[in-house]
Design a protein around this ligand. Structure first.
Ligand code: 3UK
Length: 542
């Protein structure tokens, strides 16, 4: 089955597929737009299997481009717009994308950008007149000085040029044909691209969407997690569009105010978020403006564990259930979830039909019933592997099973409980924090001799970073150094990675091989009274 047919063979075609700001885009309009992008791909000499990067906010262009690229047989690579350009460049080079479709503000860096050896064509989406000028001036600068064959187009320009091009034939994908790459940063902090097939999306649609969401024809769904994150992609692209429903897209980075105005204007029936977004929404609803949740049927939470208290509070205030579920980029979407009418807050719910799960002890033997273990999962939506990373692929994808890196236990009723990560990485505001990276940034300060960063929890029970620091000069003033480190962290790190707490110590625990034992520091934090630190509120998941 081709994605294009799966989306556009449904009736009726005049139904609204996308609500985007003031626009209402029907399935037939989206279909026409998709075909025009497909002609543009052919005009730009994109070959089957080529990687086409999408550096776009959630929008009609993102959706039409994705359907066109993957139905054409090329590989779509959505890039998180919340990342810095350095990281975005690492991704473009890792997948060796030859074409990028990008927002106008990236036109300059992409066209002129050094160290992008594979990128030969940049297509820019102009949303405003001002950015048209930006594209044109980048274009001029580029044609004045550029040596390579890279070409900068505006999307409208390339669509106009290719209008007389024959529409390329869409061919059924082979079983192991990649369709898209979703990047995730794992334990080392280095981005890894999980390679997925079109069939993986259909499988999540048949399992999680059919079993748990049970969409209705008139559902309008809205996800505060955006399309380049496979959670957001399943929520706001696959499930609504594969079932003839309406997806509400929002170009802006979704903070409580933006989400609140989307609710007022579009009245979603299902909302998908990460825990910190729910915290923000509840605070906004209480302190700033009331949220119009009158049309909501239920909510979904994923990305990190939803604290039980938060789930209960949402249900009490909004009057609907929150279905916490766990998924991953490697598995494309959810494999465990709470179900409507049988929610247990604090748990990830039950295993979804179509997936298998097993818990192994550190020696690889099955954990005894009821005991904690390393979670492995199996299911047909698993990625083919990581792009161009055979070793990490071999360590994660073993005999059809996928190592999740999560510690879990299962109770006698079949509910699963997340007990943390088996490695030291953790999520804050729904995004990965690699302790090594934070430590590296703060070690630049001469006043720091050694440092270890671990996961702590703020007053709301949401995860945040805590730094244990050994001072270079033990006589230095703690409060002064803390201020200095906070300043450095603000300069070097996004807000969600900045430690919320600093603890000055004389020693750090190490293993015999010289590895820091972060679990001991975490235990220490658990023993001390709950710190009254602020949650990383301003950071939201892209
Ligand atoms: C953690 C959770 C506890 C867990 C994702 C739904 O988060 C997603 O993908 P990522 O690749 O991260 C995967 C890891 O995140 N996690 C996710 N959800 C939960 N931990 N409770 C949860 N409910 O460590 C997992 O291994 O960024 C989530 C659907 C698609 C996704 N990509």
């Amino acid at each position: 089955m081709i994605l294009f047919d799966a989306i556009f063979s449904q009736e009726p075609q005049d139904k609204v597929a996308i609500r985007f700001e003031q626009q209402r885009i029907s399935y037939s309009e989206l279909r026409e737009r998709t075909l025009s992008v497909a002609r543009a791909l052919s005009f730009l000499n994109v070959e089957r299997g080529d990687r086409v990067a999408l550096l776009l906010n959630d929008s009609l262009e993102f959706v039409a481009s994705f359907i066109a690229i993957s139905s054409y047989g090329a590989i779509a690579v959505p890039v998180n717009m919340g990342l810095g350009f350095e990281e975005q460049r690492t991704i473009l080079n890792d997948c060796t994308a030859s074409v990028a479709i990008a927002e106008a503000n990236l036109a300059g860096v992409l066209a002129a950008g050094e160290q992008l050896p594979s990128l030969r064509t940049v297509v820019v989406v102009d949303r405003e007149e001002k950015s048209t000028t930006e594209t044109q001036s980048a274009q001029r600068r580029h044609s004045d000085g550029a040596a390579g064959p890279r070409r900068l187009w505006s999307l409208e320009e390339v669509l106009a040029e290719s209008v007389s091009q024959a529409t390329p034939a869409f061919i059924d994908p082979a079983d192991d044909q990649p369709c898209c790459i979703f990047y995730t940063s794992g334990s080392t902090g280095e981005p890894k691209g999980a390679v997925h097939r079109q069939a993986d999306m259909f499988y999540s649609n048949e399992t999680y969407c059919r079993e748990v969401l049970k969409l209705r024809a008139d559902d309008r769904v809205f996800s505060s997690s955006r399309l380049p994150f496979s959670y957001g992609f399943g929520n706001a692209f696959c499930f609504p569009l594969l079932n003839g429903c309406t997806t509400i897209l929002c170009r802006e980075k979704p903070n409580a105010e933006v989400i609140s105005s989307v609710f007022a204007e579009h009245q979603p029936t299902i909302f998908f978020g990460v825990p910190v977004i729910y915290r923000l929404l509840l605070d906004h609803h209480r302190d700033v403006a009331r949220l119009d949740f009158s049309h909501l049927r239920f909510c979904v939470s994923a990305g990190e564990a939803l604290p039980a208290r938060l789930g209960e509070e949402i249900e009490a205030v909004f009057g609907v259930e929150v279905l916490d579920g766990i998924g991953s980029t490697e598995m494309f979407h959810m494999w465990m979830s709470n179900y409507q009418g049988e929610v247990r807050y604090g748990s990830s719910g039950k295993l979804i039909k179509g997936y298998e799960a097993r818990l192994l002890d550190p020696e690889g033997k099955p954990s005894p019933a009821g005991a904690e273990g390393n979670l492995w999962v199996k299911g047909a939506s698993a990625a083919l592997g990581y792009w161009n990373k055979p070793e990490v692929t071999a360590a994660t994808f073993v005999d059809g099973w996928v190592r999740t890196g999560d510690l879990y236990r299962q109770d006698a009723d079949g509910y699963w409980y997340h007990m943390g990560r088996s490695d030291d990485c953790f999520k804050s505001s729904g995004q990965w924090v690699s302790p090594v990276e934070v430590e590296g940034a703060l070690l630049k300060h001469a006043g720091v001799n050694r440092i270890a960063v671990v996961e702590d929890f703020d007053g709301n029970g949401l995860p945040c970073a805590c730094a244990f620091v050994i001072k270079t000069n033990s006589a230095a003033d703690d409060a002064w150094l803390e201020e200095q480190l906070k300043k450095l962290a603000r300069e070097k790190l996004p807000r969600f990675k900045q430690p919320r707490k600093y603890v000055f110590v004389d020693e750090l625990p190490y293993t015999a091989t010289g590895k820091i034992q972060r679990f001991k520091l975490r235990e220490r934090l658990k023993e001390s009274p709950r710190s009254n630190v602020q949650s990383p509120m301003s950071a939201t998941h892209s």
